[in-house]
Design a protein around this ligand. Structure first.
Ligand SMILES: [Zn+2]
Ligand SMILES: [Zn+2]
Length: 343
């Protein structure tokens, strides 16, 4: 599938991506493993070349990037290896050992590399998909009042689109995202949010499910994959709403849909990064109706048909003050009905 960010073919359908998973990060018999201490500087300014199988141990990829960043003056010789940045592996899933990385399987989040260095890293380190400049803030919407314009990280080189894979009882779900625009949520052991959705959807599945703060669509698509016939996903942030719609297309083999109609593309949506009144971004045709809106979840009731009593998941970013959600829950139950839960 054509990538909406780099316009290359860096996106696979869920089925194609999952076919690579069993062995994607495993070494061949000739691969070498050198475990490096991330808290110390690289002992010598050298690294091992890529194995004939096309993969290299992740620590060795970091050694390669460290050497380049020292040569360019972005790191000093006394900086620890970890100063290179944080690895976001593609595709991301729970692994029980560090990966041997094939080509284009790593997005680097770095506070230290300049744009010039990032371009050199991308040219010379084949494992890289993209390099993102990390700031000391969380990208995307962090404030529920929706009045401030969200800050985002900068893509310095390559493409920052990558996928995470979530295990469902029906098979794995593949969720793509543009890493510079979305807050980074490392899945917790046992995927408690997915399990909570499975529990509330039940068997046979409920008939109507709303994911009111959908992010890139993980929980709404979980409900759709579990067979819920009508699912609504909504997020006020354009990048989240866009990727919710795009991930419908990525996972369409698991859904009973004949067509995904996407009404707005990424560049159109950039013109309204945060919206209050819901705008319909995408809708499916077929046995399952899945709708994606961009808007404030407080306004979402205005586009939902009354009297259908959905199960609504409210995965808000800031869960520190759950009591402040009580008025919203009451309002939602009066206007929309059904059941609301926080995963
Ligand atoms: Zn791309
Ligand atoms: Zn090998």
């Amino acid at each position: 599938m054509k990538c909406p960010v780099c316009e290359m073919d860096c996106i696979d359908s869920a089925k194609d991506l999952l076919a690579t998973l069993p062995t994607i990060f495993l070494p061949c018999a000739d691969c070498t493993l050198r475990a490096l201490d991330k808290r110390s500087p690289l002992p010598l300014l050298e690294y091992t070349e890529i194995c004939s199988c096309g993969k290299r141990f992740i620590d060795e990829v970091f050694a390669h990037m460290y050497v380049i960043m020292v040569e360019e003056g972005d790191l000093s010789r006394t900086d620890p290896l970890i100063a290179v940045g944080s690895p976001l592996v593609h595709p991301g899933f729970a692994m029980d050992r560090p990966p041997f990385l094939p080509e284009e399987s790593l997005v680097l989040l770095t506070a230290r590399a300049t744009k010039k260095t990032a371009e050199r890293l991308f040219r010379e380190v084949p494992e890289l998909r993209g390099v993102v400049k990390k700031g000391d803030f969380i990208p995307g919407i962090t404030n529920p009042d929706l009045h401030s314009v969200p800050k985002v990280y900068a893509l310095l080189a390559g493409c920052d689109v990558r996928a995470d894979v979530f295990p469902l009882s029906t098979g794995p779900l593949v969720m793509y995202k543009q890493q510079s625009l979305i807050h980074i949520e490392f899945p917790r052991m046992g995927y408690p949010k997915i399990r909570a959705v499975e529990q509330h959807v039940g068997k046979p599945p409920v008939s109507y499910f709303v994911d009111a703060c959908s992010g890139v669509g993980t929980l709404g698509l979980t409900a759709a994959c579990l067979g819920v016939p009508h699912v609504v996903m909504n997020d006020a942030w354009y990048a989240s709403a866009f990727w919710s719609a795009f991930n419908l297309e990525v996972n369409r083999e698991y859904l009973r849909i004949s067509r995904v109609k996407i009404f707005e593309q990424l560049e159109d949506m950039q013109k309204h990064p945060v919206t209050s009144d819901p705008i319909k971004i995408a809708e499916t045709e077929g046995d399952q109706i899945i709708e994606v809106y961009q808007g404030d979840f407080h306004q979402l009731f205005s586009v939902l048909p009354p009297g259908n009593n959905p199960v609504t998941v409210l995965d808000i970013f800031d869960k520190k003050d759950l009591t402040s959600l009580e008025p919203f829950k009451r309002e939602w139950l009066e206007r929309v009905g059904g059941e609301v839960f926080v995963p």
